[in-house]
Design a protein around this ligand. Structure first.
Ligand SMILES: NC(=O)c1ccc[n+]([C@@H]2O[C@H](COP(=O)([O-])OP(=O)(O)OC[C@H]3O[C@@H](n4cnc5c(N)ncnc54)[C@H](O)[C@@H]3O)[C@@H](O)[C@H]2O)c1
Length: 434
């Protein structure tokens, strides 16, 4: 099939590359000239495991190309995916300006019937709006289908190639059949392609992210109570996860959720309820999360005092989660800003996110080339992202480099007893020996 993907970010680039990988001819479009130039040099502008090799292979096989010119891409394609950003706008609402602009450009470029698919996360009712915009801009026939994306950054290629389910929202039978055909290659193990109306499909994405954010805030609140009452959230988590109604997934305490999706999608869902449906639970989920982002700073101040001037802190992990370079709404931003505000200096290390961090902090912090370099002369280490390479470090070397053997672990990656035996003062989230 001939496919165009408009918006070549985390979602569009992965989706376009995976569609090409399964034998389709794909043109990825973006307004960001630098991004397209990077891609045309065979480099991925983002870090996502397995993506760059897959891009190179499909470009070499001439199934995948990149352009800033939407018109030929639309003309050549029967299916056009919209994967542009829908960032947070005023009052927590999703900002649909990029999506509307894209819909207008598609309408202008159309030269025959097209299937237009919204992959971006959009408020319920947006497919109807897109339909209106396109209808006003073309005389050609078209179908609009909602196809929310559930991939996880850090495992996006795997998730796209083997989705738990594919959701298609729409009432144009032919368009739905075509998209089912396209997605057949990705659901060979029998995972379902679920067809529903556009509004339900649009709601699925928000409901999924809100549920996941709720699980995180729930366990973080339990962790706080565990600390106060002398219980261990690790034990509690293991025990409750054995209940099949609860399950073991996504109930790990930490420094709060971040990233480009959960924060903005929770806020967008709250704003969708407006005055008629107060989203009281999600309001609490967000409040708990904002508080949780600063839990390590609270612990640091309890240990070192509120004024941190003259002290340097090492930070391991800047990305909002491992295996990505994405720092959008990452807890590291709140933590580092709070440390700097209290007068401290910061030496940070992340295996992939340094470039993104530079855009946020500039020269206000130091960036280490290696994890151990960040420790030199630091009053303590803060761990903010659970990259695998942090899990089994050389503790002896760490002790030599740090000024004090103190670790504040926002991801509970070490055993408190082990760290105690090694002579560290160790603080983690909601655990008894922390
Ligand atoms: N990142 C994720 O893990 C994820 C997962 C599921 C769904 N989503 C949703 O998918 C959408 C895209 O997210 P993302 O993380 O890929 O965003 P992103 O910011 O990485 O990429 C968006 C891209 O769209 C481009 N763009 C903007 N306007 C354009 C236009 N008029 N024409 C062509 N390109 C244009 C931007 O230059 C950018 O490269 C959002 O709605 C997001 O909520 C994201």
């Amino acid at each position: 099939m001939n496919i165009a993907v408009i918006g070549t970010g985390y979602v569009g680039l992965v989706a376009g590359t995976c569609f090409a990988e399964s034998g389709n001819d794909v043109i990825c479009v973006d307004i960001d000239e630098k991004k397209i130039a990077t891609l045309n040099q065979g480099k991925a502008p983002i870090y996502e495991p397995g993506l760059e090799e897959m891009i190179r292979r499909n470009v070499a096989d001439q199934r995948l190309s990149f352009t800033t010119d939407i018109t030929p891409a639309v003309r050549k394609s029967e299916i056009i995916f919209i994967a542009v950003g829908t960032p947070q706008g005023p009052n927590g609402r999703a900002n649909l300006q990029y999506l509307r602009a894209t819909a207008k450009s598609i309408a202008k470029a159309m030269n025959g019937r097209k299937i237009i698919v919204t992959k971006s996360t959009v408020p319920v009712g947006t497919a109807d709006e897109i339909r209106g915009i396109i209808k006003a801009g073309t005389k050609h026939s078209f179908a609009v289908v909602s196809n929310p994306e559930f991939m996880k950054e850090g495992a996006a290629v795997d998730d796209f190639m083997k989705p738990d389910r594919v959701v298609l929202g729409g009432d144009d039978f032919k368009a739905i059949e075509k998209l089912k055909e396209l997605y057949e290659a990705f659901v060979r193990t029998g995972n379902p392609i679920m067809v529903m109306d556009t509004r339900s499909a649009e709601m699925c994405k928000y409901a999924a992210n809100a549920m996941l954010a709720t699980k995180i805030s729930f366990i973080n609140e339990v962790a706080r109570l565990c600390e106060k009452m002398g219980a261990d959230v690790g034990e509690v988590r293991r025990a409750i996860s054995m209940d099949r109604r609860i399950g073991p997934y996504f109930i790990f305490p930490g420094t709060g959720y971040g990233g480009s999706c959960f924060p903005k999608d929770v806020r967008a869902m709250i704003s969708m309820g407006e005055k008629e449906v107060e989203m009281a639970l999600l309001g609490a989920v967000e409040k708990v999360n904002e508080r949780q982002k600063l839990i390590l700073v609270e612990k640091v101040k309890r240990f070192f005092g509120a004024k941190l001037a003259g002290k340097t802190f090492a930070v391991w992990g800047l990305a909002f989660k491992p295996r990505t370079d994405d720092m959008r709404d990452a807890p590291a931003i709140s933590v580092i800003n709070a440390l700097l505000k209290a007068g401290a200096k910061v030496q940070a290390f992340d295996p992939e996110a340094t470039q993104e961090a530079r855009k946020i902090f500039g020269e206000r912090i130091l960036y280490a080339q290696h994890g151990y370099d960040a420790l030199y002369g630091a009053a303590a280490l803060l761990i903010l992202t659970e990259w695998n390479e942090f899990r089994r470090p050389d503790f002896g070397r760490m002790k030599q480099l740090l000024k004090n053997p103190v670790i504040f672990d926002g991801r509970n990656i070490y055993d408190p007893r082990d760290l105690g035996k090694l002579g560290f003062k160790y603080f983690s989230i909601g655990r008894k020996h922390g």
